[in-house]
Design a protein around this ligand. Sequence first.
Ligand SMILES: NC(=O)c1ccc[n+]([C@@H]2O[C@H](COP(=O)([O-])OP(=O)(O)OC[C@H]3O[C@@H](n4cnc5c(N)ncnc54)[C@H](OP(=O)(O)O)[C@@H]3O)[C@@H](O)[C@H]2O)c1
Length: 274
Amino acid sequence: MKKTHSGPNQSSRLNSVSKLTLDAPEHSPRIMSLDGLVTIVTGGGRGIGRAVACTLASEGARVVACSRTKEELARTAETINDLGGTCETICADVSNPSQVADLVKQVQEKHSRIDVLVHCAGYTAPYGPLEEVSLEDYENTMDTNAGSLFYFARSLVPIMRSQERGMIVAMSSGAGLRGHARLGVYSMSKFAVQGLIQALAGELEDSPVSCIAINPGGVATKMLEDLFGKEEAQKNQPPEAVANVVKQVVSGEIPVPSGGGVVVRRDEVRVYER
Ligand SMILES: NC(=O)c1ccc[n+]([C@@H]2O[C@H](COP(=O)([O-])OP(=O)(O)OC[C@H]3O[C@@H](n4cnc5c(N)ncnc54)[C@H](OP(=O)(O)O)[C@@H]3O)[C@@H](O)[C@H]2O)c1
C-alpha cells in the first residue's frame, strides 16, 4: 500500500478546484489537522512562499518563515499576526549548508519538533540559451533550488523519523517534469528536486514521513516578473492558488502518494505518482 494523506472531506475538495484528476489508484484515509503544526516555510518573504505561510498560518499552523530579506519576512509576520496567526521569522541563506543546519536546530530546540517543511525558496538564471548562463548563475540556481533541499532533508529526516511524523513539500515546477528551452539550468535544478523527492520517498517507505513535489505552471510573482516583465507575469495564476493546493496537500484533503506530486495550473490540479 502506498503512503498517502487523504483528508476528511473529499466531496468539498472536489468542488474546490476547477479540475482535479487523481491518477493515484488507492488512497488510505489519513487526516492531519494543521492546528499547531510546526511548519518551516522557506521563501516566506514574498511570492508563493509568502502565500503558503499566510494560508497555513490562517489554518492554525505555527509557521517559521525563512528567507534572506529581513524586511520581507517582517511583512509576512505582520500580516499573519494581524490575522491572529502565529509566525516567527529566521533570516537564512538556504544555499548555505551550515545556515540550513542552524535554522533547523533553532526550530527544533524551540518547539521540540518540526512537522512540515514547505520549501519554496528558489532562484533562476535569466531566460536565455544555455551557453549564455554564467557559472555564477548556474551555481546559484542549483544550490538554491536543489542543494538546499538536500541540506534540509539531511537535517530534517532524523528528526521526522524519530517523532514518527513529518512531511517535506518541495516547490518544484512544470520545468521539473519537462525541460523548458531557454530555462535549461532551472529545469535541471527542478529535475534534481524531483529525483531527490522520489529517492527520499523510497528511503522513507518504512516510516510515516512523506515527501511530495508541487509543480506549478506560471505564477504571478517577482520571479516571473524578472524573467518576462510585470505585464506578462500578471497573466499567470496568483500565488494564493498554489498555496491553497499546498494547504490541501498538507491537511490530506488532496491525497498524494509519497514520492509523487501535484501539477498546479490555472485550469488543472492533477496528482501524480512516484
Ligand atoms: N513563479 C513561477 O511561475 C513559478 C512556477 C513554478 C515554480 N516556481 C517555484 O516556486 C518557488 C517560489 O518562487 P516565486 O515565484 O515565489 O519566487 P520569488 O517571488 O522570487 O520568491 C522567491 C523567494 O525565495 C527566497 N530566496 C531566494 N533565494 C534564497 C536563498 N538563497 N536563501 C533563502 N531564501 C531565498 C526569496 O527571498 P530572498 O531573496 O529575500 O532570500 C523569496 O522569498 C521557487 O522554487 C520557484 O522555482 C515558481
